[in-house]
Design a protein around this ligand. Structure first.
Ligand code: PEP
Ligand code: MG
Length: 884
């Protein structure tokens, strides 16, 4: 087996396509080397070595030999020798799995340093201070990561050395200080472990390789994989690469960049660098870095010179590489580079993580630039990413008190209570609060807090700092590097000049502008405009399924239409009566003990219902609107408190006792399987008649008043049908009422009466139901509930166990269970279509907005999906992708 792949000097044994084997970093290093970019030479130990190591506890037999050979090639490419006392090769050993797990696994730099080679390094670099600083860093890193000596020992010693010298910054230490530190560090290692710090470069190398492979299973990495659905198998690769130094003086630097702006997608080179620093220093956000381009420096009002100004030649070279990478990968790249004594080296490239807004802008721009096709653009986003765009932003005319400004690191508005630590963020969120995590900087140990928080605010670090990168990938708004803030964590205070905020005080942040705002600022919902609109219109070109919305309020219908819904697939009429006084009318109707009382209550409901539906017809203006008859499991409407009972009694003018008795009578043991759905219309036909009157009256009214003056096609839908007989009775009432309204109002309209398929029996009897039903709508919430015999309201207690034990991969109420529920849907479709070949069928359960379930709907041949308004754009994109 080939365990080791070489790269460097314009050639490579690997390439970008074998990420499984070489990991993301290794594969892309190979790719960059082979297209001639300046990559320091090196080699990659494959992920298979990691798996072998994990399974057997040892390395493959021939690995040593392969590594020694690779090391020889590396030495000849780099022109120096590992462990040589005159011209030593130093290497980095970096982890790199197939999936990105930023900062979760280990890396060791400067491997190969010892008392001899450090002298050679000092000689070669002509900088003794630099050499010993590297040596100090190496011992600290190696002891911590490979030998397991607590890093705090070294931090303390470093602190003490600075105190002694009377300085604040690491780089102010003198050579003598560093030489002493190196000795003290080694002694500490001996004290802690009872053995010497390894001086043999070969021992160091294998130690580092082992640590990298072991870090695949460290708890941090495991948690990260769990959070991001990354499989446990696979392992990491280990990349051994010649060291280059960004900290070799003021003609050296390290930087990170995105080939385009990952926050808003602008086609501007976007990144940061630190003079005289190693890469880790940039990412850790400990010093605030400088901009790459002059333009960005001006835009951010930053005074320290940009790379463009400081090193124009290197900058031009970097710009050329930027173009070459984008043309080659046809995507935005996230790169790391080092400049050693004026020479540029590329250390990493990978597909750049970006916000949804940026992803859309970039996909559209790249299509217009001819880099990718429209289809590719449509496929570029995962539909669920769109969710990020549908979050609120700060209202334009909002009164706001800006108390600080940082960098706009991840867009969107977030409002919450100030907390200073990740654990507290998680705690408060689980208590139902919303929080903003405020920190000087964040590290991988804060992941859970970032995840829980509404947004993140840091006082240090740039656009590519840990907080910024993670926030963007999680879709959390982030303001980074707001330098005027001062956190006093111990006192639980946040100071901004004279203003002092306490932990728990409310704060708003605007990740699109970088503003930090006092208190709670009003927000608005986004609109589908610009590149978003363009991309959605391209999606619509490929989409074959219709997308409708589930909506019953005017606001929801307008939103749905704005988001591109092509009709309403489900109006839950009982939901129109949840609010305010209306619920009393609804309760009166439900609690009426005789037909007369019920008719009185219904009469009141009729007018409200007719008005509401008219509005929906007007908004949808000719597009189909599917109105479902009452379906409330009664418990949703029964009064619960004495106050509610007496309220209903008073409104109906009946004694409270009577209402109480009736409410008791109506209580059910199992309301979801009780007197609900079409069973209500069967026992109380007057309810069905009232609703039909409201619907058809509204159709007539909308025909006179809606913008196009077209009489809408009303689709009336019957819920929870199990038998043809139920459906026939109800359809009879609807037809009779339709005829009556047509006559009374002197109009003609077409309407359709269809059924929901929500019970296994209905699915099986679909052939018969189709004799009468003119359309089917799959109510997959109830169909899942009844197919699994699983209460849709009570899965919380055991669903996580079911997932953990692998019984269910996903919650079937979120992603459609294709094997069971899906099978019933297919059966129902086949049987329905054989009776009525032109029958329209759609889905209106929650699954209608879930991309995976939408793909099933496309494959199965449904005509439309209907989902909540916020998911309409997601559904449009998902449907387009499934059609492609
Ligand atoms: C369903 O059951 O899938 C459905 C759409 O109806 P509801 O959620 O209102 O029961
Ligand atoms: Mg239902």
């Amino acid at each position: 087996t080939k365990w080791v792949y070489n790269f460097g000097a314009g050639e490579a044994e690997g390439h970008a396509e074998i990420k499984d084997l070489l990991g993301n970093k290794g594969a892309n290093l190979a790719e960059m080397a082979s297209i001639g970019l300046p990559v320091p030479p090196g080699f990659t130990l494959t992920t298979e070595v990691c798996s072998h190591f994990e399974q057997t506890g040892s390395y493959p037999q021939d690995l040593k030999e392969q590594v020694q050979k690779a090391l020889q090639i590396l030495e000849s490419r780099a022109g120096c020798k590992f462990g040589d006392s005159e011209n030593p090769l130093l290497v980095s050993v970096r982890s790199g799995a197939r999936a990105r797990m930023p900062g979760m696994m280990d890396t060791v730099l400067n491997v190969g340093l010892n008392a001899k080679t450090v002298e050679a390094l000092a000689e070669q670099s002509d900088d003794r201070r630099f050499a010993f600083d590297s040596y100090r860093r190496f011992i600290q890193m190696y002891a911590d990561i490979v030998l397991g000596v607590d890093a705090c020992h070294f931090e303390k010693m470093l602190q003490r050395a600075k105190q002694k010298r009377g300085v604040k910054q690491d780089h102010e230490l003198q050579v003598e200080d560093l030489e002493r530190l190196v000795r003290d560090y080694k002694t500490r290692v001996f004290v802690e472990l009872g053995e010497e710090f390894p001086t043999d470069p070969q021992v160091q190398l294998w130690g580092a390789i082992g640590a990298v492979f072991k870090s695949w299973t460290n708890p941090r990495a495991k948690t990260y994989r769990e959070l991001h659905d990354i499989p446990e198998e696979g392992g990491t690769a280990a990349n051994v690469q010649a060291m280059v130094f960004g900290n070799m003086g003021h003609d050296s630097a390290s930087g990170v960049a995105f080939t385009r702006n990952p926050s808003n997608g602008d086609n501007h080179f976007y990144g940061e660098f630190l003079l005289n620093a190693q890469g880790e220093d940039v990412v850790a956000g400990i010093r605030t870095p400088s901009e790459l381009t002059m333009q960005a420096r001006m835009a951010h009002g930053n005074n320290s010179p940009s790379l463009e100004e400081k090193m124009p030649k290197v900058f031009r070279e970097l710009m050329a590489i930027r173009d070459q990478l984008e043309k080659h990968y046809k995507d935005v790249q996230d790169i790391e580079f080092t400049i050693q004594k004026g020479k540029l080296y590329m250390l990493q490239t990978r597909s750049g993580k970006r916000t949804t807004q940026a992803a859309i802008q970039i996909a559209v721009d790249m299509t217009n630039e001819g880099l990718i096709t429209k289809q590719q653009a449509v496929m570029r986003l995962h539909p669920s990413q769109i969710d990020q765009l549908l979050h609120p932003t700060i209202a334009e005319n909002a009164k706001k008190q800006i108390i600080a400004k940082g960098l706009p690191a991840s867009p969107g508005a977030a409002i919450g209570k100030v907390v200073f630590c990740a654990d507290e963020a998680v705690q408060r969120v689980s208590d139902g609060e919303k929080v903003i995590l405020v920190r000087n900087e964040t590290s991988p140990d804060d992941i859970h807090g970032l995840h829980a928080a509404e947004g993140v605010l840091t006082t240090r670090g740039g656009m590519t700092s840990h907080a910024a990168v993670v926030a963007r990938s999680m879709g959390r708004p982030c303001v980074a590097g707001a330098g005027h803030l001062e956190i006093d964590e111990a006192a639980g205070k946040l100071k901004i000049g004279d203003l002092v905020l306490e932990k728990g005080d409310k704060l708003s942040i605007d990740g699109s502008t970088g503003e930090v705002l006092l208190g709670e600022v009003p927000t608005v919902l986004p609109k589908v405009t610009g590149a978003f609109r363009t991309l959605m219109s391209w999606a619509d070109e490929y989409r074959t399924m219709q997308v409708r919305a589930n909506a019953e309020t005017k606001a929801d219908a307008i939103l749905a239409k704005d988001f591109g819904a092509e009709g309403i697939g489900l109006v839950r009429t009982e939901h129109m009566f949840f609010a305010g006084m209306r619920i009393t009318a609804m309760r009166q109707m439900i609690l009426a003990s005789d037909t007369k009382d019920r008719k009185d209550a219904l009469h009141r409901l009729l007018f409200m219902q007719r008005e509401d539906i008219t509005e929906l017809f007007q908004i949808m203006d000719g597009q189909p609107v599917t109105i479902r008859l009452f379906d409330p499991p009664l418990h949703e409407f029964l009064p619960n408190t004495e106050a509610e009972l007496s309220y209903v009694a008073r409104a109906a003018g009946v004694p409270v006792e009577r209402v109480r008795r009736r409410a008791t009578e109506l209580r059910e043991f199992n309301p979801m399987l009780g007197h609900r759905g079409c069973r209500l219309a069967i026992t109380y036909p007057e309810i069905c008649e009232m609703q039909a009157r409201a619907i058809f009256g509204a159709a007539a009214e909308a025909g006179r008043t809606s913008p196009s003056k077209k009489t809408p096609v009303a689709e009336v839908m019957v819920p929870l049908v199990a038998t043809l007989e139920e459906f026939k009775i109800i359809k009879g009432i609807i037809d009779k009422t339709a005829a009556a309204v047509q006559k009374e109002e002197n109009v003609n309209f077409t309407y359709r009466v269809g059924t929901m398929i929500e019970l296994p029996r209905a699915a099986l009897q679909a052939g018969k139901l189709a004799e009468e039903a003119e359309f089917f709508s799959f109510g997959t919430n109830d169909l899942t509930q009844t197919t699994y015999g699983l209460s849709r309201d009570d899965t919380g207690t055991f669903m996580s166990d079911y997932k953990a034990k692998g019984i269910m991969a996903q919650d079937p109420f979120v992603t459609l269970d294709e094997e069971g529920v899906g099978e019933l849907i297919k059966v129902a479709m086949n049987r329905g279509l054989s009776t009525r070949p032109d029958m329209k069928m759609g889905i209106c359960g929650e699954h209608g907005g879930d991309p995976t379930s939408i793909d099933f709907c496309q494959r199965t041949g449904l005509n439309y999906v209907s989902c909540s308004p916020y998911r309409v754009p997601i559904a449009r994109l998902a449907a387009a992708q499934s059609a492609l």
